[in-house]
Design a protein around this ligand. Sequence first.
Ligand code: PLP
Length: 402
Amino acid sequence: MSETQEKVFERDDKNYLPVFNRYKIVLEHGEGAYVYDINGKKYVDFLAGIAVNVLGHAYPPLVDAVSKQATKLIHVSNLYYTEPQANAAEKLVKLSGLDRAFFANSGAEANEGAIKIARKFAHSIDAEKSQIITAWDSFHGRTLATLTATGQPKYHKGFEPLPGAFDYVKYNDIADLESKISDKTCAVMLETIQGEGGVYTPKGDYLKKVRELCDKHGALLILDEIQCGIGRSGKFFAYEKYGVKPDIVTLAKGLAGGVPIGAFIVTEKVAQAFHAGDHGTTFGGNPLACAAANVVLDTIPNEKFLSHVEEVGAYFKGKLIDLQKKYSAQISEVRGEGLILGLQLSNSKLKGVEIVNECMKRGAIINCTVGTVLRFVPPLIIDTAQVDEVINILDEVLEVSK
Ligand SMILES: *Cc1c(COP(=O)(O)O)cnc(C)c1O
């Protein structure tokens, strides 16, 4: 017998650190693109645990792989070899075109590792080659180094002194980067597609020009694909869409379909900066997480799966553009690629978070970022009928919000 949702709210509100404004539902189980709360109410889930549940909920091959691995070994530490990790590393190296992978437990940790290896690499050339340039409105995590990398002052406030030598540029503004980059730049770190900051895609040949400037100044290009990677853009790595190759790429969210994991992948040249003892992790890349990652890595990077993401994403974007036409006073722009889409609110009567709540009442889970952007990062297995469900609910809510 499960308790009432009020009881759960009460106990959790009393005991959990109050750092999240939570929606008032208690989720209990899921299947495919749907989740159910403890009252049995069904929701179509277009947030997917924040771009995490790429294969949906309770995906049978993932459930099987995790269950089977749990009966063998959950964890042994990185002092020993395991086959699931050897398999996952091999697949990531092959897919990325880079040379070596390291596994962490989260996105922030993946970026922290990327920053560390970039610094170590640059300092082997010049002890003062420390500057790391990131973009305004970026999001890179919540550890001290990654919140400093995050170009949003609200995440910095109160945590000073912050780690040094971070600078910020306007995303999509190559002149701004040109004015700040120099031979003292260690790395430029960007999300290939900005997620938390409001779903912004790179314009024209911006990323190619960033790559050129990095090469000119001997700076590494770190692409954070924690949110936009793992097939979400329609390519396995979003950078494949824009014709660039980073020196370091970071992954997390969707990589193990919901089991905590993170990874950074580097070129051999960069890898040479790290020696035994320079970095490490107790849990990262344990056999349970890697068994889950292997299911994702065997499923998503195939042509049929990725073209499904492109097709259903294009269908969804088309429907959002139809809503923009119908509610042109409320919606100023639709942005994104594949299944990372954003709808920019302008003069809606309801605030973003209120629209999210109204959708939830009607059985759709969506998200609002930066207060005014409705963000859609659903499981990659959704179909057009599920898109229609969400669009119909949004249509109703935007009608109320006129
Ligand atoms: C979510 C996110 C992170 C941080 O990941 P955590 O697992 O929450 O630490 C970093 N970068 C990007 C682009 C993200 O979307």
